[in-house]
Design a binder for this molecule. Structure first.
Ligand code: ZN
Length: 298
């Protein structure tokens, strides 16, 4: 146990460095009578390799993204699980690249994932379905499919502790991330509703927010998080007061602040903007004008 660990019955929350701010994250260590599971082993688990490495029987993923699988290589003898729609990202690096879909950035992204997140493929990883239950002896992990961030994203409810691991429905000020090829805005909105309806006593987000132990606080943070979607759409609509190309919109940045420099930002901005633009076109709030430009309808 580290000073920053928090325990709820069989569940230990391994709070990550910098409060779990990316590239770090908050992982779970779930110790049943018969088996031990680690959930989303982060770079902060890698930093504790001597203490934790090899000591879990199962690795269970909320989804497959670089920061959530950084510690999978520490558990070479464990069974590894992700929802079947994300499992290809564990089976092979090509599968992970499909999840991102960053096109021309592919080579840079492969290096990034291998060098900074210790990615090691697990062709033996198992895919599970919505409603899967992992029984560890006296405690169970229930997988609830909440797609949108990725196709296979799940939240994990640990009972009887009533701990709900939210993965990257992370309640941060950044807001929902649906900027990959396998992300979907409409699915994310449905998943936010589904998460709201789950009974729990403790909520754990992978990034930043960490542990929440009362429902009122959880709902306040969930509402604020969800509201970012409408704020982005309003900001895009405002920007389209003048005709703009998609390249203009990507340069403007609706997600990341100007100083942030990561290899995938333009691709993520583009995918995010295109989903909002589709909705604004469908609702006839925006129209296409000359030479691939778009503008707000009068
Ligand atoms: Zn993620």
């Amino acid at each position: 146990m580290a000073a920053t660990d928090r325990q709820f019955g069989a569940v230990t929350v391994l709070l990550g460095d910098k409060n779990g701010k990316y590239p770090h994250g908050n992982s779970l260590w779930v110790c049943g009578r018969e088996a031990t599971a680690v959930v989303d082993p982060s770079l902060s688990v890698v930093a504790r390799a001597d203490e934790l490495g090899g000591r879990a029987d199962l690795v269970i993923q909320s989804h497959v993204h670089e920061d959530h699988v950084a510690g999978v290589h520490l558990f070479a003898n464990a069974k590894v699980y992700a929802h079947r729609e994300d499992a290809p990202g564990l089976h092979h690096l090509d599968g992970l690249m499909d999840i991102y879909g960053y096109g021309s950035l592919d080579a840079a992204m492969r290096r990034f994932v291998l060098e900074q997140f210790h990615y090691v493929a697990r062709p033996d990883a198992h895919g599970f379905n919505d409603g899967e239950v992992f029984t560890l002896g006296g405690t169970q992990i229930h997988a609830i499919h909440t797609p949108g961030h990725t196709r296979g994203h799940c939240v994990l409810l640990i009972e009887p502790e009533g701990v709900l691991f939210l993965g990257d429905i992370d309640l941060t000020g950044f807001g929902p991330y649906y900027g990959d090829a396998w992300s979907n805005l409409a699915d994310f909105e449905r998943s936010l509703q589904r998460v709201r309806e789950i009974e729990a006593r403790v909520w754990v987000s992978f990034h930043h927010v960490g542990i929440i132990d009362d429902r009122t606080t959880f709902l306040t943070k969930l509402d604020r998080f969800a509201a970012r979607i409408a704020e982005r759409e309003a900001a895009l609509l405002e920007f389209l007061s003048e005709p703009r190309s998609i390249a203009d919109m990507v340069r403007h940045r609706f997600l990341y602040r100007p100083h942030v420099d990561l290899p995938f930002i333009d691709a993520v901005e583009r995918r995010t903007i295109e989903q909002h633009l589709d909705r604004l076109l469908a609702s006839r709030q925006v129209e296409r004008c000359e030479s691939d430009h778009y503008r707000r309808r009068a």
